[in-house]
Design a protein around this ligand. Structure first.
Ligand SMILES: *Cc1c(COP(=O)(O)O)cnc(C)c1O
Length: 390
């Protein structure tokens, strides 16, 4: 038996070594603190559970859903886009489609638009699925480094013109995993202009639009006038509503982008369980104030992480959004060496930055998905082990 070549193209899993060590230490009875996982530890809000309970008991929700999502779901998603971002006029029949979470939609977008040999511009560091979906489609990922001195935004001037000409898709994600960076409407305007100039489908992954702090509200790329000519935006209920296990999101924007994605999906999956779509409708109608209570929990943890690291010599600013603090590795360590050191000396698990792309080297990621006490313990363990930024 032989695997298809496309599987061989998938890069090695860079967290494998840390994972192996972590499991080995746990088997030996060590108390391991994992502050690396991007998966909310808070429960899904009650009103969403209630809607699910009701929907699941209704037999009309038990059969195949419409491929593009229930009309009510698409309407609710559009109403949410309008209420939240002021993006109006999205057509429910042609400019929005349900997804089984953004991961699925990212992959299937690549299948819809990328030909063998096409370039796909991917932010580096970035969500690993941008790269793997490109490879599955036979395309060539072209990493765009996100640098601290640039606010972790792409430097458009530095993308060579012949590369931009061959590019089919651009993947960006603000608020950004893993760097915690945010983009302004002006930044999004530059992206739209760049993509328009080179006829690239701008794919904005807005998975963290609702996870933000200090009163900051993240924008949508579709707020940029004319963005719909060239852009689609990926929304997910996973991080916004503590629903990672439910698998639901939507994609909205450019008609051809939505048509291509829908055509692949019609042939690959059969949509999202209708009861889950009804639960998502309840989520969309939740008052923002209620939903934002979850952010207060994360904000407190963020402040614990930042003040803890500062007390150990790090110079670091609190991120305005996302579940992550992106932390420089103290010299002379590499990301992998430092993550291994934290595990060996402190029993603390963090993903090394290079796992998100070559430009992530020199960083590691702390997730705000662990209880306050465990965060405090992790910082205390670093202090005891004499691990500082110097
Ligand atoms: C978590 C995450 C996703 C995946 O979301 P799902 O909707 O659960 O598939 C997509 N993009 C980024 C950047 C993420 O961090």
């Amino acid at each position: 038996m032989q695997f298809a070549k496309r599987l061989e193209k998938i890069p090695p899993y860079l967290f494998a070594e840390i994972d192996r060590k972590r499991l080995e230490l746990i088997a030996k009875g060590a108390d391991i603190i994992n502050i690396g996982v991007g998966d909310p530890d808070q429960p899904t809000p009650d009103r969403i559970l209630q809607a699910m309970h009701e929907a699941i008991a209704d037999p009309s929700n038990h059969n195949y859903p419409p491929y593009r999502g229930l009309p009510e779901f698409r309407q609710a998603a559009i109403a949410w886009m309008e209420g939240r971002f002021g993006v109006s006029g999205l057509n429910p029949d042609t400019e929005v489609v349900s997804s089984i979470g953004s991961k699925e939609a990212i992959h299937n977008t690549a299948l819809a638009f990328v030909e063998p040999g096409d370039i796909v511009l991917i932010s580096d560091p970035g969500y690993p699925v941008y790269r793997t979906s490109t490879l599955f489609a036979g395309g060539e990922p072209y990493p765009i480094p996100l640098r601290a001195e640039n606010g972790f935004l792409p430097d458009w001037e530095r993308i060579p013109e012949p590369v931009a000409r061959r590019a089919k898709l651009l993947w960006v994600n603000y608020p950004n995993n893993p760097t915690g960076a945010i983009a302004s409407l002006e930044d999004f305007t530059k992206m739209v202009e760049f993509c328009r100039a080179f006829d690239i489908l701008l794919c904005h992954d807005n998975a963290y639009s609702e996870v933000s702090y200090d009163g900051y509200r993240a924008p949508s790329v579709l707020q940029v006038p004319g963005a719909k000519d060239i852009a689609i935006e990926f929304h997910s209920l996973s991080k916004s509503y503590n629903m990672t296990g439910w698998r639901i999101g939507f994609v909205a924007g450019n008609e051809m982008g939505i048509r291509g994605l829908s055509q692949v999906k019609t042939n690959v999956d059969s949509g999202v369980f209708k009861a889950i779509q009804r639960a998502a409708i309840a989520a969309f109608s939740m008052p923002e104030s209620e939903r934002r209570a979850a952010n207060e929990v994360y904000q407190k943890r963020r402040d614990l992480v930042v003040s803890g690291l500062r007390s150990l010599g790090w110079t670091i600013e609190p991120p305005k959004a996302t579940l992550y603090v992106w932390v420089p590795v103290p010299p002379p360590y590499t990301s992998q060496e430092f993550a291994t050191l934290l595990l060996d000396k402190c029993g603390v698990v963090v993903p090394p930055g290079n796992g998100y792309g070559a430009a992530g080297e020199g960083f590691f990621r702390i997730a705000l998905t662990t209880e306050d006490d465990r965060i405090r313990q992790a910082i205390a363990r670093l202090e005891t082990a004499g691990i500082r930024y110097n």
